[in-house]
Structures are given as structure tokens and as C-alpha cells.
Design a protein around this ligand. Structure first.
Ligand code: 2AM
Ligand code: CA
Length: 267
């Protein structure tokens, strides 16, 4: 049973993510990707990002004015209710710029520091994933989400991401190079939130990335965990900016071990 507060927070997150997803989908100029290397399309993306965050924070403030908030585009306020919203209005910005479908709106609510509900809307897939702590993970309008059944590491499909900074990316490429011969294959979608939901939905066996921020992770990590995946960082540690890993229970242990040996947790 979901308690009334968590149910209220989930309902608000679903509605805010729906509205922001529509704004981003319908407001994206059709020719945005054409001149993707010029600075003006980047400005359009930044504008859309900020507009989506404003919509979400405005909606949440209207319904729950005393909650705290942390948003990727700088929205931040401390609250008095014990609830803090953690918001990524547009996760997968580069995909959005290029017209690739893997981008998401990610909204989580923490209660006294613990994530109690998370929503990830992926408008170009027409899918919204959500979870409440202890209540399972769900595809909106569909059924419960379950991560994949056990597969050994050498049959695992594992997603990752690379930092925007070139010096950092090259070490991450070395780590990926160590991984490639040990797994089925790797993927790089460009959205942490989408990757975490794909682990939840059984479309990936695992995902790892270094350098994530709380808003990239908060909702998707809960969704993955509630779908039966294990999540964490370096062996024995929670997921963090240092390293975030989500994988099926069979893949999680060997994957974190391998990532630790390969130095995935440092630049
Ligand atoms: P964004 O699209 O909101 O920037 C890409 O690997 C994933 O990592 C995306 O979810 C991206 O979020 C996130 N990310 C956040 N900060 C990053 C950084 N400094 N470098 C690379 N990816 C980052
Ligand atoms: Ca992000």
C-alpha cells in the first residue's frame, strides 16, 4: 500500500512530467538538428530546457509550495515539509538536439533524504515509467516492470555514457574497451534516465556511468531497483557521481567488480 503522501507526490510528478514532455516534444523546432554544430540550435535547446524546468517547478510550487527542490537548470530551494523534488527537465540533451528519440523528463521526490517516488517520461517512445519505494515499478498504462532474468556477464548487454569533457572521455573509452570482450555488447543511448528505465524494463542487462548528477539518477535508480535490479557504485557503495551502476542481480556483482578493476570510478 502506498501511503497518501507518496501517492500525492507520484500523482504530481506524473502530471508535471506529462506537461513538460509535451512542451518539449511539441515545442522542438523541426529543423533543430540541421545546423547542430552552430551555437544557435544549442541556445534553442537551452531555452527549451529552462522552459521545461520552469513549467515543472511552477506546477510543483503551486501544489506544494513548502517543499524543497533541486533542478538541473539551477532551480533550488530548501523546504520545510521534508520533501525535496529532484528534477531533470531534459535528460539526453544531445539526442534532443539531433532529433534522436532517447530523451526524457525525470522527476523524483525524496522524503527526509530518501527517494520515495520517481517518474521518467520518454515522450518520443510514448512511454512513462514510474515507481514508488516498496511498491514496484510500472509502465504507465501498462503492467509492472521486471528486469531481465539471470544471464552471465558474458551474455549481458550493458549501456554506458561518456563525459562531455574529452580528457575524461578517453579514460572512459579505455574502461569500455576492457568491458567489450567480457560482455555481449555495449550501448550508448545518451540519456541516463532512459538507460535506467531500460534496465527496469528488461531491455538491458546493465548500465553504468561515471559523472552523473543527482537529477540524472534519482528517478531512474528507484525505477530500476523497484523492477528488481540492483543499483550501487563501487563494490559495497551507493550509486553516486563517482560511479553509478544498475544491473540484474546476476550481472551486478561481476559487473561492479570488473568496473572497479578497470578504474571506472576515477578520471
Ligand atoms: P543531460 O543530457 O541532462 O546533460 C549522457 O551520458 C548522460 O549523462 C545524460 O543523461 C546526461 O544528462 C548525463 N550527464 C550529466 N552531466 C554530464 C557530463 N558532465 N558529461 C556527460 N554526461 C553528463
Ligand atoms: Ca541530465
Amino acid at each position: 500500500m502506498t501511503d497518501p503522501l507518496t501517492a500525492e507526490l507520484l500523482g504530481l510528478a506524473l502530471e508535471a512530467a506529462r506537461q513538460a514532455g509535451e512542451l518539449l516534444r511539441d515545442g522542438r523546432p523541426a529543423d533543430l538538428g540541421v545546423a547542430a554544430t552552430k551555437s544557435s540550435p544549442i541556445d534553442v535547446v537551452t531555452e527549451m530546457d529552462i522552459a521545461a524546468e520552469k513549467l515543472i517547478t511552477g506546477f510543483l510550487a503551486e501544489h506544494r509550495p513548502d517543499d524543497g527542490l533541486l533542478g538541473e537548470e539551477g532551480a533550488s530551494r530548501s523546504g520545510t515539509t521534508g520533501v525535496r523534488w529532484v528534477v531533470d527537465p531534459l535528460d539526453g540533451t544531445v539526442n534532443y538536439l539531433y532529433g534522436l528519440p532517447s530523451w526524457a523528463v525525470s522527476i523524483a521526490a525524496e522524503y527526509h533524504g530518501e527517494t520515495v517516488t520517481g517518474v521518467v517520461a520518454v515522450p518520443m517512445r510514448g512511454e512513462t515509467y514510474h515507481a514508488v519505494r516498496g511498491g514496484g515499478a510500472w509502465l504507465a498504462g501498462g503492467g509492472p516492470l521486471r528486469c531481465r532474468a539471470a544471464a552471465p556477464l558474458d551474455q549481458a548487454l550493458v549501456a554506458t555514457g561518456f563525459n562531455y569533457v574529452h580528457a575524461v572521455r578517453s579514460h572512459q573509452a579505455d574502461v569500455a574497451q576492457r568491458l567489450v570482450p567480457r560482455v555481449r555488447d555495449i550501448r550508448r543511448s545518451g540519456s541516463a534516465a532512459v538507460d535506467l528505465c531500460d534496465v527496469a524494463a528488461g531491455r538491458l542487462d546493465g548500465y553504468y556511468e561515471r559523472g552523473l548528477h543527482p537529477w540524472d539518477l534519482a528517478a531512474g535508480e528507484l525505477i530500476a531497483r523497484e523492477a528488481g535490479a540492483r543499483t550501487g557504485g563501487r563494490p559495497g557503495e551507493p550509486a553516486s557521481g563517482e560511479l553509478a551502476v544498475a544491473a540484474t542481480p546476476a550481472v551486478f556483482g561481476p559487473l561492479t567488480q570488473l568496473l572497479d578493476e578497470a578504474g571506472a570510478w576515477h578520471d
